[in-house]
Design a protein. Structure first.
Length: 217
């Protein structure tokens, strides 16, 4: 995403420039509390990271305008995101609508996020998985817990993606905070010039100094 001018109060360049970092969430049903935690945590951290030049924003179907939350719209939003968080517990999720080769909407969004990471022309940098602990066998009520277990084993064998488990909402919240702050920090530091300012601001200040020097000669 682009640097954007804002009216945020703060010292120096922090009051003038923000780098928007968009994080999307994908999950099947049954994780409503965790999704609410995701949105709330990003909103709370945004107040902190803005002071360091980073604006965090959450993307998911809940954030879509009424009537515009179809899968195609969500997929388009994912392509504009910098990071993705995928949550799974004991459900695989509802099948996607239309002509799709995937067995659930969550699976479709996950594979789209991976394609975005592989495409360097898109902003997506990374994907993180969080699995809520499973107890016992598949309940046999359409939850597809065994399918989630198989998917988790495949990810563990691959070892290429961020991966964690949690057993409570508090644990999930703690790990999510650590993850989001780490992602925000990448943009905080990567965008600074030698002076510690964003490159755009550094250039602006340099141009102003040059102009001032010429006027006083």
């Amino acid at each position: 995403m682009l640097f954007a001018k804002t009216t945020v109060e703060g010292p120096g360049w922090m009051a003038a420039w923000l780098r928007e970092v968009r994080v999307c969430i994908a999950s099947p049903g049954g994780l409503e509390a965790e999704r609410r935690c995701f949105y709330r945590t990003i909103a709370e951290l945004d107040a902190y990271t803005r002071g360091r030049g980073v604006a965090l924003s959450a993307v998911g179907w809940e954030a879509m305008p009424a009537g515009l939350g179809g899968q195609e719209r969500i997929n388009a939003e994912i392509r504009e995101c910098d990071y993705a968080v995928v949550l799974l517990h004991d459900r695989w999720g509802a099948p996607p609508t239309g002509d799709s080769s995937y067995t659930s909407r969550t699976e479709e969004e996950y594979h789209l996020a991976r394609q975005c990471v592989a495409d360097r022309s898109l902003p997506m940098r990374d994907i993180a998985f969080y699995f809520k602990d499973l107890e016992g066998p598949d309940p046999g009520d359409g939850g597809n817990a065994d399918r989630v277990r198989d998917f988790r084993r495949a990810l563990e064998a691959e070892g290429a993606l961020l991966f964690a488990t949690f057993d409570s909402l508090r644990t999930f919240n703690t790990r999510l905070i650590t993850l989001l702050l780490g992602w925000a920090r990448e943009h905080e530091w990567n965008r600074r010039g030698a002076s510690g300012l964003p490159p755009e601001v550094e250039l602006e200040q340099g141009a102003s100094r040059d102009s001032g020097e010429r006027r006083h000669r």
